[in-house]
Design a protein around this ligand. Structure first.
Ligand SMILES: Nc1ncnc2c1ncn2[C@@H]1O[C@H](COP(=O)(O)OP(=O)(O)OP(=O)(O)O)[C@@H](O)[C@H]1O
Length: 294
C-alpha cells in the first residue's frame, strides 16, 4: 500500500493544489491511501496510531520540511520514501531530479524505481539534505518565525522570504571562533560565517552549497566559510547561488563521515531548512540508510 501524506501548508497552500492534480491522475489506480497532515508532527502521530501497518511506501506531498518529518517518522521501518514536490524550496527533489510536475512525479511513484540513499544525523534526528550552522542557521531562525514568510508563500514568492531573511541577518551577524572535527581531524577556525554539512548538494531553495555532494557516497560534504572579514564574506555569499564560491579564498571544502562543530557560544543550526536551535552539533553520515523512489 502506498500512502500519500499531504501537507496542505507546504508552499503556502500549494500542497492541496498539487494533491488535487495527483488525485485526478491516480484515481483509477489501486492500493493507495491519503492522509492530510493537521499540524507539524502529525505524520509521526498517524504512523504510530497503528492504522498504517500495511504501508510499503510513504510519499510526502510537500516540501523539505514534510519529507524531513516523514523520514524521521518511518525511521527503522521497511518503508520506501517518495516525494511529490509541493514546497517552496524542494531541495531534496531538486537534488534527486524528481519531477516538479505532480502528474509525472506520481507516475514515477507507481513505477517504483528506487535508489538506496545515505541520510545524515544531527544528534538523534535524521536529515536528508544538509545541516547549516552559523549564518544560515540564523537565517532559518529569523525566516521561519517571520510573518512575511506566510504572506510571500501565499503569492508563490517563498524564495523572497529567504532573501529578506538573509539581508536582515547580514546586517547584524558576527562571525565567531569554532572548533571543528572531521572524522578524527581537528581544526580551529577563526571568523567563521557558516559551516554546512551536506548529504545532497542544495539547500535554501536551490543554493548548491556543496556542489559535489553525493547522497550515495557514504560521506558528508562540508563547506566552511571562515577567516575573512564581513566585507569579504559579503562577496562570497552571493557566489553560493551559482556554486562558484568553492574555489575562493575563505572557503574550505572538505568531506568526512562525521563532523563536530563546537564553539563557546553554540551556533544556530538548521537542518533540511528547519530551525533546530542553538547547539554544539554532532553530524554523521548514515550510509545507504533509506530506500527512495525516484
Ligand atoms: N497542516 C499543517 N499546518 C501547518 N503546518 C504544517 C501542517 N502539516 C505540516 N506542517 C509543517 O509545515 C512546515 C512546512 O512544510 P514544508 O517544509 O514541506 O513546506 P515549505 O516550507 O513550503 O517547503 P520547503 O521546506 O521545501 O521550502 C513543516 O515544518 C511541517 O511540519
Amino acid at each position: 500500500m502506498i500512502c500519500f501524506f499531504v501537507n496542505p501548508a507546504s508552499g503556502g497552500g500549494n500542497g492541496t493544489r498539487v494533491w488535487k492534480k495527483v488525485e485526478r491522475a491516480i484515481r483509477n489506480r489501486e492500493s493507495w491511501s491519503v492522509v492530510f497532515t493537521e499540524k507539524p508532527g502529525s505524520i509521526k502521530e498517524h504512523l504510530e496510531s497503528g492504522a498504517f501497518s500495511d504501508i510499503t511506501a510513504a510519499i510526502a506531498v510537500g516540501g523539505d520540511g514534510t519529507i524531513h518529518e516523514l523520514a524521521n517518522a518511518i525511521k527503522g521501518r521497511d518503508i520506501h520514501l517518495g516525494v511529490i514536490p509541493a514546497g517552496s524550496g524542494n531541495d531534496f527533489a531538486r537534488a534527486l531530479g524528481i519531477s516538479n510536475d505532480p502528474v509525472k512525479a506520481a507516475e514515477n511513484i507507481f513505477l517504483g524505481r528506487t535508489i538506496r540513499l545515505d541520510l545524515g544525523s544531527l544528534d538523534e534526528r535524521l536529515f536528508l539534505t544538509a545541516v547549516g550552522s552559523g549564518f544560515d542557521g540564523e537565517v532559518a531562525r529569523v525566516t521561519n518565525k517571520a510573518a512575511y514568510k506566510k504572506w510571500l508563500n501565499r503569492i508563490n514568492a517563498g524564495r523572497l522570504a529567504y532573501l529578506i531573511g538573509v539581508v536582515q541577518v547580514l546586517i547584524r551577524y558576527r562571525s565567531c571562533k569554532v572548533r571543528m572535527e572531521i572524522n578524527d581531524e581537528k581544526f580551529e577556525l577563526d571568523n567563521v560565517w557558516l559551516i554546512a554539512a551536506a548529504n545532497l548538494k542544495y539547500y535554501g531553495g536551490g543554493l548548491p552549497i556543496c556542489p559535489t555532494a553525493d547522497g550515495e557516497d557514504g560521506k558528508l560534504s562540508i563547506c566552511a566559510i571562515h577567516g575573512v572579514s564581513k566585507l569579504k564574506a559579503l562577496t562570497i555569499l552571493p557566489r553560493v547561488v551559482t556554486g562558484s564560491h568553492t574555489g575562493l579564498k575563505g572557503v574550505a571544502m572538505l568531506e568526512g563521515q562525521s563532523c563536530k562543530i563546537t564553539s563557546d557560544s553554540p551556533l544556530p543550526i538548521q537542518y533540511d531548512g528547519e530551525y533546530a536551535g542553538k547547539m554544539n552539533a554532532v553530524i554523521r553520515n548514515i550510509p545507504s540508510a533509506i530506500t527512495v523512489i525516484i
